[in-house]
Design a protein around this ligand. Structure first.
Ligand SMILES: [Zn+2]
Length: 178
């Protein structure tokens, strides 16, 4: 993706500018812990649980977003869309945490939907040829092998791509519980 700002700024700018359209109250961004190396003293804990390798997550109790340095490096090597997708997805969890009654039955798929709404809705991103395929590939790589059944499940590749595209075409409204 061609961008002038990094993914955190792009995602934050989107929610900052759109918050009033969808939600009440003042928009407060989550803290961005940034990258960690699992198993090192500097790696964050969330609710007493240490951050694990190969993961990116939003921590509700600490209201922060963090990602494994290696995971992002490897993803970036395949295409920068992955970094945008992961950050937009975790930011979606922060939005779920902020808005009472927002969280849908399948929170992981809703986060994918919100990520789609963010990346396609951002005025700061220009999609390049191949980006859509890259995003679909990333969702496939990060998907579970099984469909969504429990709140921690991400859903299978098809479900994740469908949720992401719903947000992309329908915007934030398409991700809200009805
Ligand atoms: Zn998630």
């Amino acid at each position: 993706m061609a961008e002038t700002k990094d993914a955190v700024t792009v995602v934050n700018d989107f929610w900052q500018s759109r918050w009033d359209t969808y939600f009440t109250g003042t928009y407060e961004p989550p803290t961005v812990f940034g990258e960690y190396v699992a198993g090192t003293p500097d790696a964050p804990t969330c609710g007493g649980r240490p951050a694990v390798p190969n993961n990116a997550f939003y921590c509700p109790s600490g209201d922060y977003i963090a990602w494994d340095a290696q995971l992002m490096r490897e993803g970036y090597a395949k295409g920068d869309s992955m970094v945008y997708l992961v950050i937009a997805h975790e930011w979606g969890h922060a939005v779920q945490h902020r808005v009472t009654g927002l969280t849908a039955e399948a929170p992981e798929l809703q986060a994918d939907c919100l990520a789609g709404a963010t990346l396609f809705g951002s005025e700061e991103l220009q999609f390049e040829t191949g980006d859509t395929e890259e995003l679909a590939q990333t969702l496939t790589d990060l998907a579970d092998r099984t469909p969504w059944t429990e709140s921690e499940d991400h859903g299978d590749a098809e479900e994740r791509i469908t949720a992401f595209n719903n947000g992309g075409s329908g915007g934030v409204d398409a991700c809200l519980p009805r």
